[in-house]
Design a protein around this ligand. Sequence first.
Ligand SMILES: *Cc1c(COP(=O)(O)O)cnc(C)c1O
Length: 488
Amino acid sequence: MARPHESVVDGSPARTSAQPQDLPAVDRLLRSAAGQALLAEHGHTLVAGQARALLDECRAQARAGTLDTADAALPALAEALAARIAARLAPRMRRVLNLTGTVIHTNLGRALLADDALAQVMATMAGPNNLEYDLEAGGRGDRDSLVEELLCTLTGAEAATVVNNNAAAVLLTIAALAHAREGRREVVVSRGELVEIGGAFRMPDVMAAAGATLVEVGTTNRTHARDYERAIGERTALLMKVHTSNYAVQGFTAAVDEAELARIAHAHGLPVATDLGSGALVDMVAWGLPAEPTPQSKLAAGCDVVTFSGDKLLGGPQAGLIVGRRDAIEKIRRFPMKRALRMSKLPLAALEATLRLYLRPERLARDLPTLRLLTRAPAHIRAQAQALQPALAAAVAPRYAVAVVDTLGQIGSGSLPVERLPSAALAIAPVAKKGAGRALDALAAALRALPLPVVGRIADDRLLLDLRCLERSEELAAQLPALQERLA
Ligand SMILES: *Cc1c(COP(=O)(O)O)cnc(C)c1O
């Protein structure tokens, strides 16, 4: 009678499975030379914990008859322990190559930080800094003051404050301005601008969370000045415009612009706020990119408050920027919710350095990664794809073929939704039509599992690696041996 822990696989010679009692005790594994070396490097807590977990798993496998005798021996166990510890210590948050063709990709961390921003973070975060300390007066300072003057210079605002992200900026602005006047809670917004920007951020919900009462005016496609006029009453606190950053209403449309809305609001003694979302601080048209409204143009049109993101077109860290008239900004700054939404010192350091880049706009397309990537010439990207094609083709052969194709990418993060960016990609397609879908999924998984994970996009039965965001070809080339190994 065969012992239960003996197995015969595919007619190969019988391999003996280890018995639970063949496994060493935790202590013996730790006292081995390899165990001692691991203890010296990592200390007792991690090494002993992982040794216990490893031996528990091995014991379960032994009981099931699925543990090879060789794997139950000390050298193999020590090796497995070292691998477990390395995996446990490996960071979960990692760099990836964004070859999706979407430059500001929310799932991939949005804007890349400029060298100056990274340097500022490194220079100020390891030690104490003047986050809330006025170095001239030698007393308590305000963290806003680190960026307020810059924001005012760049946007023409009288005052500015910053919070954790733009969702927070909108929430805080509405809450502060709609609470500021007793009994006035109503915020008037056009039906065409009640945006959802993904996740839980939907304008009507934000209004409710801010304690305001939403008053919708107009229709989905057309809203007129008289619609706002009619909605204004004793309870009105604020008129609001929301930039439809991630969709476009086209065709038979009408909207009231900020200048007209400001005239209406101010005639009633009310403020106007605009949420821009994307946050382009310069005119994108100057770089051959689609037009995007700037905060300075909205302030010049008469808006009292403008809110926008730090990590979309502005190209900085996650942040919510609020600029506008001094009295409105003061109300927002003093509202208690501000303390809960305030920016942390780490992104604040990066934001200050990013904003400083805008003082030299002529250098911006070089110094600001977001603009650098957005302005890369399609011909350059195509040439780069052609140079990489032979090596990639060799790595994925014989199951896949590689061609260079023209593509249309996106700016991303809800910025300029209908505009596409001409680009070029390496298109990888399975050679066999049968099982092509599975082959594509396997390829995408192999790319994601690389030491530097590669994220592309699947379209028309091909996996596209759009090279707009690949500034250094070597980074992809260096992954190819590992890719070849994974697909073998
Ligand atoms: C992106 C966006 C927001 C939210 O900004 P976050 O910085 O992601 O919090 C708000 N409003 C509009 C119109 C947006 O496009």
